[in-house]
Design a protein around this ligand. Structure first.
Ligand SMILES: Cc1cc2nc3c(=O)[nH]c(=O)nc-3n(C[C@H](O)[C@H](O)[C@H](O)COP(=O)(O)OP(=O)(O)OC[C@H]3O[C@@H](n4cnc5c(N)ncnc54)[C@H](O)[C@@H]3O)c2cc1C
Length: 553
């Protein structure tokens, strides 16, 4: 797979013009491309590939991260070994006041930016979804997209996107996930799927890696127009510039695109000026909001030996499994992290105690789910930790799929999981060994008697252990300005809409009031979808490519 990226370049002298520090709007002396795509993540790889299909169109794709990762970026079960490494932006949140508002006080927490905030091409994989994500392909409820269109996002209904979403999946129910794993047992990404060796060989496509775009360049006369970007290998290395004849398309993800707009002087005037950035376009919604799906945190049940993947934690078994995957592309490491999932409604009395707590219906229709239940056959106390040696287990997690977190909805889900664990065939595989547990042990509450645990104890456990599902579609404010928080609000960093007062891009994904500048990544979602975002992001990027190509005819 590595050879697929052999034609990427990382030396800016090969594709850009060195900048001599003179402020000028003269782009004639700069190397020029028809399109500059910023960010080779899930969306960016799709756009670069599709736009360069026309051999008369020149495209420059710029990615801050690597063109491909190490072996763990290819092994489906290997991705957790990449967290907090060079391919992870590894941001932590500060001031999580929104979390407190909905979940309760929490510590700042690390957020894998891979697909969330990937730093390797194809993030979705962190590229098709990113190398850091859990590989789940999912379409979400059709009503989520129809709601977008009703709110003004014309052209983005489910019917509009369906030709690009492929597989037909039921909205509610239980089933096996479709995953981004190819026939050779290797993780797939949009980089691998869209930037094949044949695509990279196109003379009109330039793919630059290990290069960060630092700002967008604008002409100051009306209409305000993006005429290129400034880039560098690192903040201390020489600066380069490239010009664009048609459009700059930001695909930097929920953090990257908003951050770049803000650093370029596009955003809320007062906030920009308060940190010394000259505001050249006052757009109040940029970087204002972040939505993610909150989770219950890991609900772990001790299992009998032989039924889980925990044996892979022993060095000998781990090395054997890697060797097996390397030689044959099969074995346990080629399996999906989460093979199955259930999409349910918390007001469905067949499964949930609907008298429990107070849950508002925030779904887009009676047919849309608000809870997702999934599990993995291993002890997973957190995204970055493994179980203690010799322990075996299964880890369940409940995701709340609406735009506002609701502890009681998750509570209904947790009670449901605890009931399921008392039924066959799961019950016989578990090894509850009732014993007095400290509530901070990761087998609590899974291993304890559910009858002896109160709802308030479970609510407190959810508040303590819940974490974001890494499906952010917007950001509260610039990470680098130290103002981020997770969870909530009904608007997004680069949200699509019709009004510049409440949104950032129009339904053609053009930044309001600026020519030659679009955004296409998860940050443009008008509201969150009730599922996993990579499928919709790819479909939207495909659709935008069609729109741009049609407009050139
Ligand atoms: C742990 C984890 C598990 C997940 N599991 C799933 C799952 O199973 N299924 C699913 O559908 N989704 C999953 N996601 C979410 C999904 O991966 C993301 O929503 C998706 O990848 C976002 O795509 P994007 O195009 O918006 O941005 P990204 O894929 O994040 O792409 C942005 C790219 O831009 C680059 N970039 C940013 N700024 C700059 C700059 N200034 N200059 C140059 N390059 C820049 C970044 O390095 C990155 O490569 C998961 C995410 C995580 C972190």
């Amino acid at each position: 797979m590595g050879s697929a990226f052999s034609t990427t370049i990382s030396d800016p002298t090969q594709f850009a013009t060195v900048w001599d520090d003179t402020e000028t709007e003269d782009s004639a002396s700069l190397r020029t491309y028809d399109y500059i795509v910023v960010g080779g993540g899930t969306a960016g790889c799709v756009l670069a590939s599709r736009l360069s299909e026309d051999r008369n169109t020149t495209v420059l794709l710029i990615e801050a991260g690597a063109s491909d990762g190490n072996i763990f970026s290819k092994i489906p079960l290997g991705f957790t070994n990449l967290y907090k490494t060079a391919v992870d932006w590894a941001y932590t949140t500060v001031r999580p006041w929104q979390v407190e508002r909905y979940i309760g006080p929490v510590e700042s927490f690390w957020v894998a930016r891979g697909l969330f905030f990937r730093k390797i091409m194809g993030l979705l994989l962190k590229p098709l979804d990113s190398v850091l994500n859990a590989l789940i392909y999912h379409r979400s409820s059709p009503d989520d997209f129809d709601q977008w269109e009703k709110a003004g996002a014309k052209g983005w209904s489910y019917q509009d996107l369906e030709p690009d979403l492929n597989a037909n999946k039921p909205v509610q129910g239980i089933g096996e996930f479709t995953a981004f794993v190819d026939d050779h047992g290797t993780r797939n990404t949009t980089a691998r799927a869209y930037l094949t060796p044949e695509v990279l060989a196109r003379p009109n496509l330039t793919v630059a890696v290990h290069v960060t775009v630092e700002k967008i360049l604008f002409t100051r006369r009306e209409p305000l127009t993006a005429y290129g970007v400034q880039l560098a290998k690192s903040s201390s290395s020489p600066k380069f510039r490239v010009a664009v004849s048609k459009e700059v398309i930001l695909c930097g993800g929920v953090v990257g695109s908003s951050q770049l707009l803000l650093l370029s002087g596009v955003g809320p005037k007062e906030e920009l000026e308060s940190v010394g950035i000259e505001c050249i376009k006052n757009l109040g919604s940029i970087g204002k909001h972040l939505i993610d799906h909150p989770t219950s945190g890991p609900l772990i049940f001790r299992a009998k030996p032989g039924y889980s993947l925990d044996y892979l934690n022993s060095p000998l078994s781990g090395i054997y499994a890697i060797g097996n995957w390397f030689m044959t592309g099969s074995g346990p490491l080629s399996s999906k992290p989460m093979s199955y999932g259930a999409f349910l409604r918390s007001d469905d009395a067949r499964f949930f105690d609907t008298s429990l707590g107070n849950v508002k219906d925030l779904t887009t229709s009676p047919g849309s789910p608000d809870l997702e239940l999934t599990w993995t056959p291993a002890v997973v106390p957190s995204l970055t930790t493994k179980g203690r040696p010799g322990e075996h287990g299964v880890t369940f997690v409940m995701l709340y799929l609406s735009t506002e977190s609701d502890v009681d909805a998750i509570l209904r889900g947790v009670r449901f999981i605890m009931r399921v664990a008392q039924t066959e065939p799961l019950r016989s595989l578990l090894d509850p060994r009732p014993e007095p547990f400290r509530k901070d042990d990761y087998f609590w509450p899974g291993n304890s008697d559910p009858e002896k645990i109160t709802d308030d104890e479970l609510r407190a456990w959810i508040r303590r252990n819940g974490y974001p599902a890494c499906h952010p579609v917007k950001l509260i404010f610039l990470w680098s300005l130290n103002l981020v928080s997770l969870y909530l609000i009904k608007a997004g960093t680069c949200r699509m809409g019709t009004s510049p007062e409440t949104s950032v891009v129009d339904p053609q994904l053009r930044v309001h009031g600026i020519s030659g500048l679009r955004v296409m990544d998860a940050s443009v979602f008008p509201t969150h979808v009730s599922g996993h975002p990579v499928g919709p992001i790819v479909a939207m990027a495909e659709k935008l490519a069609d729109m741009i190509k049609a407009s050139q005819l």
